[in-house]
Design a protein around this ligand. Structure first.
Ligand SMILES: [Ca+2]
Ligand SMILES: [Ca+2]
Length: 315
């Protein structure tokens, strides 16, 4: 299958996919953050000092095809990185100011996790063959993340989703930032810990406390919601890591600028990029990619409801 558990691919659905009724229409800018504040985002970036760190893992349960190993020392020049992912409120400011149209809007549809849809909508939408928990939903886009009828009105502080690589890069260019390189992302996500399993240490729920938004229960049917969230959580819902970064693990996958070169890509075609951190769909038994060394890949045009981004800036 070309989609991993984490992401479905547009290519998998072939030419039958296309815009239909329900797509299009003016963007919902009601949640917009003040433009000047968003444009000054680079000034609030967390500075990560220059220096080497140990990247990757030899964990027994690493995903070998993902290229998590070997552990190697990587020298990273100083850089700044966002404490949180870009939110709907911030993306609304960008769209309001520039009139930017996302790639999902151009395609007329995007990927939504089936359990977030009304039963009727779920039945009416196509599923990618390899990843049947995803649905291709006409009209799903950043401000209607589950398609027509959905809204971000109550989700201004949630990470923006349904954004492709191009969309993330356009936002970055607008505010004078860039996507992080993968090594930068991992160094920042480790929060100063050397070879810990998670961004906060080695225990998934230290003292019984949930530290990230992933899936509890049996994937993909039953979510016991022990961490409080089925879909996305607002940014800053969980404690930050040692560098002050929030939700590097879980919540939404985060685009990196690097091209994916590991073994898993045989059936992915075109411009395939690295994404890091895992999402609200990651599950212990199925996709433990909320470990800090875990990686995944996605085609540049494949937006979905569990993919967002945080930005970096040269120091
Ligand atoms: Ca959850
Ligand atoms: Ca994340």
């Amino acid at each position: 299958m070309s989609g991993s558990c984490c992401a479905a691919g547009r290519a998998e659905l072939g030419a039958s996919a296309g815009p239909t009724a329900g797509a299009g229409g003016a963007a919902d800018l009601s949640v917009s953050a003040p433009v000047e504040e968003v444009l000054a985002r680079a000034e609030r970036a967390v500075l990560i000092e220059a220096g080497a760190f140990r990247m990757g893992t030899e964990d027994a349960d690493r995903h070998r095809d993902d290229g998590e190993s070997p552990v190697r020392s990587v020298e990273v020049p100083a850089f700044g990185i966002d404490a949180t992912c870009v939110t709907n409120a911030e993306f609304a400011a960008f769209v309001g100011e520039t009139g930017y149209v996302t790639e999902a809007e151009e395609f007329g549809w995007s990927f939504v996790f089936g359990a977030l849809l009304e039963p009727e909508q779920r039945r009416a939408s196509r599923k990618p063959p390899g990843t049947p928990w995803w649905r291709a939903v006409d009209g799903a886009r950043w401000d209607r993340p589950e398609g027509p009828g959905s809204t971000v009105t109550e989700r201004g502080e949630h990470p923006v989703v349904q954004v492709s690589l191009r969309d993330a890069e356009a936002f970055a260019a607008w505010c004078g930032m860039r996507l992080p390189r993968e090594a930068e992302w991992e160094k920042a996500a480790r929060g100063g810990l050397d070879q810990a399993r998670y961004a906060w240490g080695d225990q998934l729920t230290p003292g019984g406390e949930h530290r990230c938004n992933i899936w509890q229960g049996g994937f993909p049917v039953r979510n016991t919601l022990e961490d409080g969230f089925l879909g996305t959580a607002p940014v800053r819902s969980f404690p930050p890591n040692g560098f002050g970064l929030y939700e590097v693990a879980g919540n939404v996958w985060e685009w990196c600028s690097d091209r994916w070169e590991s073994g898993q890509t045989a059936s992915l075609t075109g411009d395939v990029r690295v994404m890091r951190g895992g999402s609200y769909l990651c599950h212990d038994s199925y996709c433990n990619r909320y470990r800090v060394a875990a990686r995944s890949s996605t085609a540049a045009e494949d937006a979905s409801g569990n993919k967002g981004f945080r930005l970096a800036v040269d120091a």
